[in-house]
Design a protein around this ligand. Structure first.
Ligand code: FVH
Length: 295
């Protein structure tokens, strides 16, 4: 007995940059009928050879399917690409990195709904090589209409995993930017560390695994931060008190000076630690810095 193949959603993708092209290939490989559009048409040629239908305009691409995924550079490019395009009946899934306010504005009546579209916002937690590779662990945060998310989930989960974070259309962008901000903090620390060792006879390639392992070992500290923020007691189970840590900061700054390295990536954080300690919080760990940032 032969089974009928499961019908795959036909969809449109606007934007064939590094990320858009990776998503396009994943959908084509999974057997979805895909219409694509890119501002610079040459970028669509390779995908046409792989089976994508190439639209001549964003309007033509939007008209081709109910599900329209947008993966452009930034919010301004979404505005420009969709200006004057009839979105009536469109289920618009915007994966372009946005601020929460930009994502909410698109979901609000004056933008999508007034144009007859329904909106879901996404924040991509993957880099292009992770797309179509489930074991790489990439995913997209989604927020906005749960109904829309569930309706299109079979197609949306093809390129990378999915994590739905709520009806508030701004939440996907907020989660996305929060995680990426933490990533930049980590990269900043790593840049400082490499700068410290750079002028010595230390092989960066030998140093890198030590650095990576140390960052991985320290990462679970975020769970204690979360517990402190939830419970309000910032001293609970603290093993490295703020008083001790602030006392150590001159060593870090002097080492930077000795190595001829600018301390500019470290000093703003050290200043916040010092301010928190000055408020009399020596028994805390580092959670109090979160309070200072929120002021
Ligand atoms: N690539 C990455 O590592 C990160 C991973 C996390 C998520 N980001 C976000 O994904 C969005 C797309 O990023 P991308 O990597 O595809 O970016 P590019 O390769 O630079 O491609 C940009 C596409 O946007 C088109 N575009 C730019 N401006 C306009 C405009 N005014 N009107 C219409 N389209 C526009 C551009 O078209 P073209 O230059 O080829 O004509 C590309 O298709 C992004 O939000 C990341 O933050 C990626």
């Amino acid at each position: 007995m032969t089974r009928n193949p499961v019908e795959k959603t036909s969809l449109t993708l606007l934007g064939l940059g590094a990320m858009g092209a990776a998503f396009a290939r994943a959908w084509l490989a999974a057997g979805h009928q895909l219409t694509v559009w890119n501002r610079t048409p040459a970028r669509a040629a390779a995908l046409a050879a792989e089976g994508a239908r190439v639209a001549d305009s964003a309007a033509e691409a939007v008209a081709a399917n109910t599900l329209v995924v947008v993966c452009l550079l930034d919010d301004a490019s979404v505005e420009e690409a969709l200006a004057g395009v009839d979105l009536t009946g469109t289920d618009l899934v915007n994966l372009t990195t946005s601020t929460p306010a930009q994502a909410r504005a698109r979901a609000r009546a004056e933008w999508a709904r007034a144009r007859g579209a329904r909106c879901l916002d996404g924040g991509i937690m993957a880099v292009p090589p992770m797309v179509g590779v489930p074991e790489a662990g990439g995913y997209v945060f989604y927020s906005g209409s749960r109904d829309l998310f569930e309706r299109h989930h079979d197609a949306l989960r093809v390129p990378v995993g999915t994590v739905y974070v709520g009806e508030d259309a701004g939440f996907a962008a907020l989660h996305d930017v929060a995680l990426l901000s933490a990533m930049y903090g980590m990269f900043a620390g790593a840049a400082h560390a490499f700068a410290l060792i750079r002028k010595e006879d230390i092989d960066p390639a030998s140093f890198a695994p030590l650095l990576a392992d140390w960052l991985v070992a320290m990462a679970p500290a975020v769970h204690q931060t979360a517990e402190h923020l939830r419970g309000g007691d910032y001293t609970k189970d603290v093993v490295s008190g703020l008083g001790m840590q602030v006392a150590g900061t001159p060593t870090f700054l002097s080492t930077a000076e000795e190595q001829g390295v600018s301390p500019e990536l470290l000093t703003p954080y050290f200043e916040l630690m010092r301010r928190r300690l000055a408020e009399g919080s020596g028994e805390e760990g580092l959670t109090g810095v979160v309070d200072l940032l929120g002021r």
